[in-house]
Design a protein. Sequence first.
Length: 451
Amino acid sequence: MKDFKSLKVFVAMPGTSMGNTAKYSNPESVRKNLLTPVIDRLKNRLNIQDIELIIEKEKLDSAPIHQSMFREAQTADVYIADLTGANPNVYLELGVRWALCDGVTIMIAQSVDDLKFNVFANRAFIYSPENLIEITDKIATAIENGLKNNICDSIVRLNNDTITISRLEIKALNDEINRLKKARGEDLINAAKATDNINEKLTKLIEAIEANPASAEAFLELGKTYRDASQYDKAIKTLRDAHKLRPTDSIINRELGVTYSKQKKLDDAIYYLKEAVRLSPNDAEAWSNLGGALRKLGMIEAPNSFNQKNLEEARDSYVEAHKINRYDLYSGLNIARLNILLSKWDKTLLTQAQEQFKKQVLLCRFAVQEDSNDYWRLFDLADTLFLSGEYGEAYQVYDKAISLIPKEERKDKLSSVIDPFQNYLSASVFSGVYIDEIQKIIHTLTTAMAL
């Protein structure tokens, strides 16, 4: 038996008259002579003093009566339907009770003739002035047994898998399901971030989105992973889905811009990267990526023509990134790379750029010592060595960096390393041995992309 500390007993009965043939014609007399004694017996038998007897007509609520009646049909611990006079409203209420609740439901009447339709086949307690004491005990016993044994006494729900649940409970369950889905999605995202296997990463991130389709982070990480795998169309679609969920997220705008830049859709790339730096002006990475997209735009018609203005804007973007983090090698080295290209119009910038690379060698060596498995740091060191004329060591560092890139990601990563060298050749800013060495390193990197 459920551990009841209180009970609610609701009685559905005619509101004014019990019918022409009823011996107890007044509902109040039924309350006094039958219902109240039943409650008293229940208090003694169940040792529960807080038992509330509720009769609809006695309520003083302002809400519509049917709203209250049907709510009680669902929530009352014990439901007594007095079918005396075969009152249609009471039959309606009884049907609602049977539909909504397994039990405990008790039928009473003053005459067998009051039991109509399917009700006739069910147990009902017939009461009269002559049997009040006996019937009171029987009703109390039936209620006690129903509460203790948790038996379904509804002819509608008997042997039926249907249950009744409130909207609040459904909302609570849905909220909990959504919480668990979100938590599972977050766990899958974390698991994806922890693995170096790109196929495993893709699988986990797809599962994360299935678990929580509202997770912008899952779409963001999946888009970045598709990009690492050089699946740029899928990356764009996935990142746009992330953008729909969080259009003002600077990181999503940044990564969308980076991916459009990989596709060489430079107008789109610049739009989203400018939006990223507008939303987050201190995002050095966004400024650097904007610089990269502007550099590509400045070189898009090379070797036939070059856009000096775009290249200067690209350098300015890298300068902004370097202002935010003056220890950032990426932005600092790209300022030097842009000066090499801009030396097409100002020859002094080439010497200045080469000096910049020489000054960065020690800092790049230190960065590699801090993390010798970071292939980007190795590429930075290799570039500084190469553009400082230290070709032998540069090639050794390039080879090590290439070996650290997962094969599935080499095409995407190495294309970023090759681009500046191809730009140097297109702009014809180097001469002599530099050209031979640049062609050689382009061949080395291109070959590695195909492996």
